[in-house]
Design a protein around this ligand. Structure first.
Ligand code: NDP
Length: 328
């Protein structure tokens, strides 16, 4: 029998990479999807026929219990969440329901249905917020600066609590930002790669940006989902930071992305104060020594290669769209 994994948030960036990775490892992969009037399976098109998709929602406890009884997985990867920091300021209650309480609902379902299921919680470097030390490790105290970060800190601690209270194999992966051509279009790296492509092809003139001084530790999503699986493959459940250990500013991201398309970012970028956040996280840089030593994990794709990959993918997409428009 192949091992069976259930991924919540399978339609998202990480879900798409993790599903491919687990299929490659011989897993039977099940995914939880929420009902919408339009499907959101674009990231899964090439593998959808190999997946088992089930309807359920983080807001609906009974749907999660039923899902676990139906699928009977040996591993659950809880990636589903309201993930966009600016939206968390506009919809803080909903963010707490999905991103914080949603974790408890999944853990409760596991506890009721089969407490031997291994559980991965997608925690975030946004929990470090106003950083207390540099670089950040598993032991750095949290100081989240957004409703998203606060909700993720709850998700982290409830995962630790179920491990300690019920002896469950529940782990929290504290992942620093990871990107790819499949990243949601509103996130800064993808907003930039998409903007560069649209400006290159004359579809858009300017790119409006918020804080250019923000610094992040950006890695490649394909590398990071491997660390999730490694965490569940250990003999004892532990939490890990996953990061490249190198940080770059949004300004550097702009420089590199525009240069990749032969453009000068200063000709095309406008800073819009309306895009600044009520409270911001200025800098994040992770120390993944523990993951390196205990999991044997290390990132393969560095920042320059990541930016090039994203810009090239968006240039190709916009070029294709332009061709289709011309042929109409
Ligand atoms: P995405 O925003 O791309 O995907 C989020 C997923 O959650 C989507 O599949 C979405 O479904 C699903 N979802 C949202 N709300 C619900 C709900 N109520 N019920 C069921 N499903 C729901 O996120 P990523 O793939 O980038 O991130 C995966 C996880 O990792 C998230 O928890 C994120 O917070 C965390 N993380 C991500 C980092 C990153 O840099 N990418 C860094 C650290 C942590 P739908 O398609 O229907 O919207």
């Amino acid at each position: 029998m192949p091992p069976r994994a259930l991924i919540t948030g399978i339609t998202g960036q990480d879900g798409a990479y993790l599903a491919r990775f687990l299929l490659g490892k011989g897993y039977e992969v099940h995914g939880m999807v929420r009902r919408a009037s339009t499907g959101s399976f674009e990231r899964l098109t090439t593998i959808q026929h190999r997946l088992h998709l089930h309807q359920a929602d983080l807001l609906d406890q009974l749907s999660l219990v039923t899902l676990l009884k139906t699928v009977q997985p040996s591993e659950v990867y809880n990636l589903a969440a309201q993930t966009f920091v600016p939206t968390s300021f506009v919809q803080p209650m909903l963010t707490a329901e999905f991103t914080a309480l949603g974790v408890t609902r999944v853990l409760e379902a596991i506890r009721l249905v089969d407490p031997t299921i291994r559980f991965y919680q997608a925690s975030s470097s946004e929990m470090f917020g106003r950083v207390r030390q540099e670089p950040q490790t598993e032991n750095t105290p949290f100081w989240p600066r957004s409703p998203y970060g606060v909700a993720k800190a709850y998700g982290h601690w409830i995962t630790v609590n179920y491990r300690e209270s019920y002896g469950m194999f529940a782990v929290s992966g504290i992942l620093f930002n990871h990107e790819s051509p499949l990243r949601g279009i509103e996130f800064v790296t993808r907003k930039v790669s998409d903007g560069v492509a649209r400006i290159k092809f004359g579809v858009q003139e300017k790119l409006r940006m918020g804080n250019l001084d923000s610094q992040r530790d950006w890695g490649f999503a394909g590398d990071y989902v491997e660390a999730m699986w490694m965490m569940l493959s250990q003999s004892t459940p532990e939490d890990f930071v996953v990061a490249t250990g190198v940080k770059h500013s949004v300004r550097e991201l702009l420089e590199k992305a525009f240069a990749r398309a032969g453009l000068n970012w200063q000709d095309h970028v406008e800073v819009d104060p309306a895009l600044l956040r009520p409270a911001d996280v200025n800098t994040l840089r992770g120390d993944a020594s523990k993951a390196r030593e205990k999991l044997g994990w290390r990132p393969r794709i560095a920042f320059d290669e990541l930016v090039a990959m994203m810009v090239d993918a968006d240039l190709e997409r916009v070029r294709r769209e332009q061709t289709i428009d011309r042929d109409d």
